[in-house]
Design a protein around this ligand. Structure first.
Ligand code: FAD
Ligand code: NAG
Length: 535
């Protein structure tokens, strides 16, 4: 039966659902199954985005703000971009403030002849609750619900595991299985024209941050992600990274960088928001490999996208254990809740320059490199022994690319209570700092009070002589903090042992985490695979 009106909804915080819906990557190529479905099945389509007040409250455990200024700004631009694209195709984006279940109920009442409501499925509890409520509203009002799976590279139905409970707990096993037994679905081109909105429906204003009672972000010229939200900038970025500069062909060599825009793809924010489809990226890589170069670097982008898929499927398999203090292994660790230590970490005042630089970058730009994330997460959980959920909720607040599955999955992994116990590693902040910021330029960029310490010495101010410190105009405990912790294994990487009362307590105090790995693992090992490399 041909339906009259379909409300295509983006229930989630991200317009991802929307983009997927409509144009998944829209506005260009997309498989956008939801959208194609709506085109075929309805005379009018109402693409809808709701600003859900539940996204602007506190985080679950520690009541941090849930949506930070950089992500909100990115979202608002994504919504504007989407509206422009939809308009250029004869449609529009209807914007409302309110809970999706209430907005949808109002629209069904107002429009009278709505036949179905469609959205992309999510996997985590807050999102599933919204879906459940929308479904209840539709059932009550006798409107059909149509849902689609989007957002991952491999479709859920194409996984080579008979049931999600069979999903391997080791990433490599997952990767090898999908790579050999599954296929990435194609992306379909977005239709040139879309079925219109029903006549007379108000489009609704896109709110400002102030309307949502949220602060505006302050732009920082040092940002490694100075990009805007929306599909158009996402496609522009891909064109730059692949076709204009060939940066993708050296991704594997640069991806552990810390400074600038080009050391990694920076696709994550657009992927998290649904502005670009991982399948589109995949097929572009295939094309690039056919037409230009195929090597480990081009493959490695797919390898990383598979981590993103993996964490999503892990969330499906483990449900709410993703958020629980004992993690996926149901493992008791005596995590501490020392809010003074947490404040020092989140504000970049730990006295460990590599950690502080990364934490300040995050607070001032909403972005941090993958290398930085692994280090600050290891520092919080393994060196400070703080509750990993503090770190996860701080990231949830600030990251532009916050993605519930990738964030919580990576935090569990870093905390050593994720899916793969063999991967339980503690990073050495000094070794990592010297390996990835050998000359200290990254630290000096974000920690200006250490600017006058030259070279790699900037990683260990507490180990410098008092003459060197006064020459650099640094006074520990005054102009820059003494370290809150000095792990014993750090000493191998600088000459002088820490002396004096300004130095904080040992990393391995009695109350420290019980799962501190053995010495031979205390190397800054590349997160995923380089057991062979001597880091
Ligand atoms: C503690 C911690 C928290 C994290 N939280 C998030 C998060 O909320 N959202 C998020 O997208 N990523 C998260 N990551 C993963 C990773 O750090 C970012 O995806 C990456 O830094 C984004 O930059 P990029 O797009 O330039 O990545 P690239 O290096 O260019 O990688 C390409 C794409 O692969 C995916 N990817 C790469 N590494 C990972 C990974 N470890 N896990 C999942 N996907 C990955 C991303 O989609 C990324 O855009 C987290 C990592 C850690 C250690
Ligand atoms: C891939 O190829 C590019 C260009 O030919 C080259 O610069 C790069 O070093 C290669 N990278 C790897 C990991 O093989």
């Amino acid at each position: 039966m041909f339906s009259k009106i379909c409300i295509a909804e983006f229930v989630m915080m991200c317009i991802c659902s929307l983009c997927h819906l409509d144009f998944d990557s829209t506005l260009v190529p997309s498989e956008n199954t939801l959208f194609h479905w709506a085109q075929r099945n309805a005379e009018y389509i109402v693409p809808l985005y709701c600003f859900d007040p539940r996204h602007y409250v506190g985080t679950y455990n520690f009541n941090l703000p849930k949506t930070g200024p950089f992500r909100l700004h990115f979202l608002l631009n994504s919504i504007k971009d989407l509206r422009n694209t939809l308009r250029s195709k004869g449609s529009n984006l209807v914007v409302r403030r309110g809970k999706p279940e209430e907005v949808v109920a109002d629209l069904i009442k107002q429009l009278g002849s709505v036949s179905s409501v469609a959205f992309h499925e999510e996997v985590t509890s807050e999102e599933l609750n919204v879906e459940k409520r929308v479904k209840e509203v539709c059932a009550r009002m006798k409107v059909k619900v149509h849902t689609c799976w989007g957002s991952t590279l491999y479709h859920r139905d194409d996984l080579p595991f008979h049931h999600i409970s069979r999903l391997p707990d080791v990433y490599t096993q997952f990767r090898k299985a999908v790579e050999t037994q599954s296929r990435v679905r194609p992306v379909f081109p977005t239709p040139e024209t879309l079925n219109p909105l029903p006549p007379g429906l108000e489009e609704g204003d896109i709110p400002t941050a102030a309307d949502l009672e949220q602060p505006e972000p302050v732009a920082d010229s040092r940002s490694a992600f100075p990009c805007s939200g929306g599909e158009s900038p996402a496609l522009e970025r891909l064109k730059h990274y692949f076709w204009d500069t060939n940066l993708v062909a050296s991704y594997k060599e640069t991806r552990n960088g810390l400074i600038g825009v080009d050391y990694s793809t920076k696709f994550a924010p657009w992927l998290a928001m649904g502005c670009i489809s991982p399948r589109y990226i995949y097929h572009q890589i295939q094309q690039y490999e056919r037409e230009r170069t195929a090597n480990q670097s081009t493959y490695w982008v797919i390898f990383e996208l598979l981590w993103r898929d993996y964490f999503k499927f892990v969330a499906v398999k483990y449900g709410n254990r993703l958020f629980q203090i004992k993690g996926l292994q149901d493992k008791h660790v005596p995590w501490k809740l020392d809010m003074k230590l947490f404040d020092a970490w989140k504000e970049g005042r730990t006295g460990v320059p590599f950690v502080d630089a990364n934490m300040r970058e995050l607070a001032m730009t909403g972005f941090m490199s993958n290398r930085g994330r692994q280090n600050v997460a290891s520092f919080l959980t393994k060196d400070l022994g703080l509750d990993w959920r503090l770190g996860a909720e701080w990231f949830e607040y600030l990251l532009i690319d916050y993605d519930v599955c990738s964030n919580y999955g990576n935090w569990l992994y870093s905390a050593g209570i994720g899916n793969d116990p063999r991967e339980n590693r503690k990073f050495n902040m000094i070794k990592q700092g010297l390996d990835y910021d050998n000359n200290g330029d990254y630290v000096r960029q974000w920690v200006p009070e250490l600017q006058r310490i030259r070279g790699g010495d900037v990683h260990t101010p507490w180990a410098l002589s008092s003459a060197a410190l006064s020459h650099a105009e640094v006074s520990l405990g005054e102009t820059y903090p003494a370290p809150v912790v000095v792990a014993p294994e750090w000493n191998r990487h600088f000459n002088k042992k820490p002396v004096g009362s300004g130095v904080g307590p040992s990393a391995r105090g009695k109350k420290g985490p019980s799962h501190t790995p053995k010495q031979h693992r205390d190397r800054g090992i590349d997160f995923y695979f380089s057991k062979s490399k001597n880091l």
